[in-house]
Design a protein around this ligand. Sequence first.
Ligand SMILES: Nc1nc2c(ncn2[C@@H]2O[C@H](COP(=O)(O)OP(=O)(O)O)[C@@H](O)[C@H]2O)c(=O)[nH]1
Ligand SMILES: [Mg+2]
Length: 207
Amino acid sequence: MKIDTARFIRSALSKKDFSEDGLPEIAFAGRSNVGKSSLLNRMLNRKALARISSVPGKTRAINYFLINSSFYFVDLPGYGYAKVGKAERRDWAKLMDQYLQRTLPGGMIVQLVDGKVGATPLDIQAFEYFCDLGGEPTVVATKIDKLPRSKRKTQLGGIAQTLSQGTVRPIPFSSRTGEGVKELWREITTFLGGEAREANENEETDG
Ligand SMILES: Nc1nc2c(ncn2[C@@H]2O[C@H](COP(=O)(O)OP(=O)(O)O)[C@@H](O)[C@H]2O)c(=O)[nH]1
Ligand SMILES: [Mg+2]
């Protein structure tokens, strides 16, 4: 995909800030520090676009980036901060619930798992949560450059097994080397193609 424009649109801290224009949304989720900002920047060929989300006060928000004026990348707040209090965790869960219930099923959610660390109990919980809400997460194994080639197959198989008894096929990804960029874009364009077809069909039946 050629990226002509990629613009930060806004940080949503509550339901009223969610996008209402009906453009397709591709949401990205993962533990904090999993490499989400790096992946978004790499996918969009921008050096620091997604860092906006790491400025204080915005890490708990849902951040919208508009791509080529035609779809959104949605940066969901990272889960698993060690130091957040109960109230903040509750706010986080509420915002995520509201967003995901509205976007899944039918939307696209990309779940990032640290390729070196493997799937943690929090990753499993998140995966099950997304599935319960009707999502079918596309799983990406980040920082794959850190893993020796000889350990790859076992590690990727382990992630698939732990998350889904082997039904998902994690995409190995590295923001350092660019591995996985094409494959993830392929998944995204397939999703966008389906969205476009659906919109057309609706138009035909409406008119
Ligand atoms: N080796 C390696 N390190 C990475 C990669 N992606 C991210 N990192 C590092 O992991 C840390 C967290 O990355 P960041 O993108 O900020 O994670 P986020 O908290 O999920 O947004 C940073 O120190 C990055 O430099 C990768 O593909 N390979
Ligand atoms: Mg980040």
